[in-house]
Design a protein around this ligand. Sequence first.
Ligand code: 1CP
Length: 333
Amino acid sequence: MRQAGRSLPEYKAIRGEGTILHAIQDPERAAEITLQPVRRYGVDAAILFSDIVTPVFAVGFGIDITPGVGPTCEQPFASAADLDRIRPLEPDDLWFQTETVGRLAEELTIPLIGFAGGPFTLASYMIEGKPSRDYAKVKSLMMGDPDLWHELCDRLADLAIGTLTNQVENGASAIQLFDSWAGALRPEHYRDYVLPHSTKILSAMDELGVPKIHFGITTGELLDQIAAAGADVVGVDWRTRLADARKRTGGRVALQGNLDPALLLAPWNVLQTEVRRVLDDNGGHPGHIFNLGHGVLPQVDPEQLLRVVELVHAEGRTDGPFDETTPLGTAAG
Ligand code: 1CP
C-alpha cells in the first residue's frame, strides 16, 4: 500500500525537497526508502518506492505530484489531440526504475512487489487534472466519447505493461495493479469501460510467471470482475468481509487485506481486536495476505504498525507459529 514509510523519521530525513517524482529518479535514495519499512517492521514483502503516475510522467504527458495534494496536470486530457502526449514507452524512459529495482533485487531477502496504475485511476488524474471526489469529467468523457476513452485506456494499458515488465525483468517477484478509484463505477460500466483494459494488462503478465495482485477501494460490488480480469490475488478494502469476498470471487483467487487503516490510530486494545477479527474472518484459509485495506495515514505511530505485524506473525500463519529462524518470505501466511 501507499505511504507505509511516510510516517517514519528515517524517511523524512532522506526524502529531500521537491516532489516524490524527483526522489524516485535517484535510485540509491529510492532503494533506501523502499527498504526502510522492511527493516522497521519485518514485513514479508517490499513495495517499490515509486508512484502509479511514473510511466505517464516518463513519456512526457505533463503530470506532477503536488505535495499534500497528489497527482496534478496543468493541461488535463480533454480531446483526441491530447493522445499525442501519450507516446509509447522507450527502453531508457524508465532507467531510474530499472536501476532501483536492480539494486533492491540484490539486497532484499523477501519478495519485491512491482506495481502500476489501472486505467480508470490513471485516466481520472489525467482528465480531472487533480484528485477528484465525483469523477464528473472522467465519467462524462468515458460515456460521451467511448472511442476516445478506449483509445486513452489502451495507451495507458501499454504503459502499465511496459513498466510492469521492466520491474519483473529486473527482479520484482510479484506485481500489483492498483485501480484504486474504479469502485466509483457501476458494475456494468466497469465491465464495458475498464475490464477489457485491465484484462489486457494482466494477461500480458502471464508469460512473466509472477503472481498478480489487483486492487481498488470500494470495489465490493466489483470483486467478481476484478478477479475475472486475471488476478491471482484480489485486494479487499475494509468494507467487505473476507468471507463475503471469497464467495463473490468464487474461491478462485487469494485475498489481500482487510484492516481499516484508520484503526491504526485507535488504542491498541481496539486495534488488536480488529486485527484478530480480520484473521478470524479469514478462518485459517491459506489464501490470505494480511494487509491494510488502503494506505497508511501519515500521522500513524510506527509502533502501532510494528505491533500489528508482530500479532499477525504470531497468530495469523496457517503453516504453524512464526519461527524467528525462518527467513521472511518463505513462510505462507
Ligand atoms: O508508500 C510507498 O512508498 C509505496 C510506494 C507508492 C505506491 C504503491 C507510492 C508513493 N504511491 C503508490 C501508489 C499510488 N499512488 C496509488 C495506488 C495506491 C492507493 O490507492 O493508495 C495512488 C492512487 C496514487 C496516487 C497518489 N500519489 C496520491 C493519491 C491522491 C488522491 O487521489 O487522493 C498521492 C498523495 C500520491 C503521492 C505519493 N505517492 C507515494 C507517496 C509516498 C506519496 C506522498 C508523497 C508526497 O506527498 O510528497
